[in-house]
Design a protein around this ligand. Structure first.
Ligand code: MN
Length: 489
């Protein structure tokens, strides 16, 4: 096998001449900039950025994003200056590269309760979903070459990938990428559990595969007989990480899991989905309670499909998923499907409000425009313009409303810390506890046992948690004062 990375792997037929030129230029530039650099596994560094760009191409991203993928490490790891990128590739690509570089600085240190803030922060500082997607591709390739990384670092990266990256990919409806990230990270994040799964699957795999193939062939025959045109029938084995997660909830009993193998039927339109479901149920007996209509009731991340679990007549069960081509693309690529499908039906964009509920919640989108391009522009994320993200000295992230003070921060950590706030160091500088915090500040609270809330604190707090505790303290105190004066009279 040749090691030469071919530019043709980054280009598709429907790209314009300008697109091809841009990608070619980025390719040549990145290869030159990384000349002489090697990765831990001994490969030329350029291979990493090339593979990152290839993942982006497979996700159907546009030429600018693919180019930014090729260039994503030049600012961080080579002599290249920002001005040079700006001159050669323009503001947009420079913006994307800077975003990816910024995201690279974010680290997850494994504190459960801050995970959600970190996920939000990840999206917030990336400013543009394309940045998030480039970072996903970068991380996926890094995971695939993780065996060459030092063991402790390997574990941290793998856990972070599952907790932050895969989880975000899922929220964005990017099921394929989520599965790929989880499976690449799983053996390093949870080696013992991974081995367990391998062991469980070892003897069953071949019979699973054989059975699902037979079910697929039978269904194909029936569909032809009933003159239902299908685009594809394919089978998949459940990703190992999600299988493990499910097993944990089912007493580790593999017989309680019904979707280890699934058949996916892709048809032309929604009516055909329901017709296929009818045919499936006329051939095989469905398990009661396992028929799910995610077309009428999509999942929160936008996933749409019909699901049913059948007794396969071979002594086992199989899940059958039925959906249209468009649903199929969205199930795999989620929000990236908008970049991928240039002829994406603009009327459908109206439904995006439903599909990407999570983003809507984050951004509080008032309306979604009909043109998918404008929709994406709007996703240039100022999602969080009313939130700020504050770091503890240990690097945990706390998510607070804009204009919060160190008092809010203190109470968000613990009521006891809040109640005894006497001072605060903001970015290592002694500061007033009534200061307004800014995005990205590192805050250390100074406690003194004789420090206590005063009514003035209420004017300088934004969070209801802080206000509640301050009021509690004040009430308790005035009650005590009354009791005291009563006792002395
Ligand atoms: Mn990289």
């Amino acid at each position: 096998m040749s090691d030469i990375k071919k530019i043709a792997d980054l280009i598709s037929k429907d790209m314009s001449k300008k697109d091809v030129e841009l990608i070619t230029k980025a390719y040549v530039f990145a290869e030159k900039a990384h000349t002489g650099q090697k990765r831990m596994n001994g490969e030329p560094y350029f291979f990493h950025v090339f593979e990152t760009a290839k993942i982006l191409h497979k996700l159907g991203m546009d030429a600018k994003t693919i180019s930014a993928g090729l260039l994503h490490d030049v600012l961080e790891d080579t002599q290249t200056k920002e001005e040079e990128i700006k001159k050669e590739f323009g503001d947009d690509i420079l913006f994307l590269i800077n975003g990816v570089t910024k995201l690279g600085k974010l680290k997850y240190r494994g504190h459960e309760r801050h995970v959600e803030s970190l996920r939000k922060f990840f999206v917030a500082i990336s400013n543009d979903l394309r940045v998030v997607i480039i970072k996903f591709a970068d991380r996926l390739h890094n995971l695939r070459t993780l065996e060459f990384v030092r063991e402790d670092k390997r574990k941290r990266i793998a856990v972070e990938s599952v907790e932050i990256y895969a989880s975000l990919a899922d929220r964005l409806g990017m099921g394929k990428l989520k599965g790929q990230i989880e499976d690449a990270a799983f053996p390093y994040a949870y080696p013992k559990e991974y081995k367990e799964i391998e062991e469980i699957l070892k003897d069953r795999m071949s019979s699973y595969e054989k059975d699902i193939k037979q079910v697929g062939e039978e269904l194909e025959k029936e569909l032809k007989k009933n003159k239902i045109k299908f685009i594809e029938i394919s089978s998949r084995i459940k990703h190992k990480y999600s299988l493990w997660k499910k097993l944990v909830g089912r007493d580790m009993d593999i017989n309680k899991i019904y979707d280890i193998v699934a058949l996916c039927v892709v048809v032309k339109n929604v009516e055909d989905c329901y017709r296929v479901l009818g045919i499936v149920h006329s051939i095989w007996k469905p398990l009661p309670g396992r028929i799910k209509d995610y077309i009428a009731f999509p999942k929160p991340n936008g996933y749409r499909s019909l699901h049913t679990t059948i007794l396969n007549g071979l002594g086992g069960v199989a899940e059958i998923q039925i959906r249209t081509e468009e649903m199929h693309a969205e199930a795999a690529y989620g929000i990236a499907a908008h970049f991928a499908y240039k002829d994406y039906d603009s009327k459908k964009a109206k439904n995006d409000k439903e599909k990407f509920k999570w983003i809507e919640e984050l951004k509080d989108l008032k309306h979604i425009p009909n043109d998918p391009k404008i929709f994406l522009e709007n996703l240039k994320i100022d999602f969080f313009n009313d939130r700020i993200f504050i770091f503890t000295p240990e690097g945990d992230v706390v998510d607070l409303p804009k204009d919060s003070s160190p008092i809010d921060f203190a109470y968000s950590i613990h009521s006891d810390i809040g109640d005894h706030t006497s001072g605060a160091k903001i970015n290592n500088k002694m500061s007033h506890i009534f200061s307004k915090l800014k995005n990205g500040d590192v805050v250390e609270i100074i406690n003194r046992q004789d420090a206590h809330p005063s009514s003035k604190w209420l004017e300088y707090t934004k969070t209801s948690v802080a206000k509640k505790h301050i009021k509690n303290y004040l009430e308790k105190n005035s009650l005590l004062a009354k009791l005291k004066s009563f006792g002395h009279s």
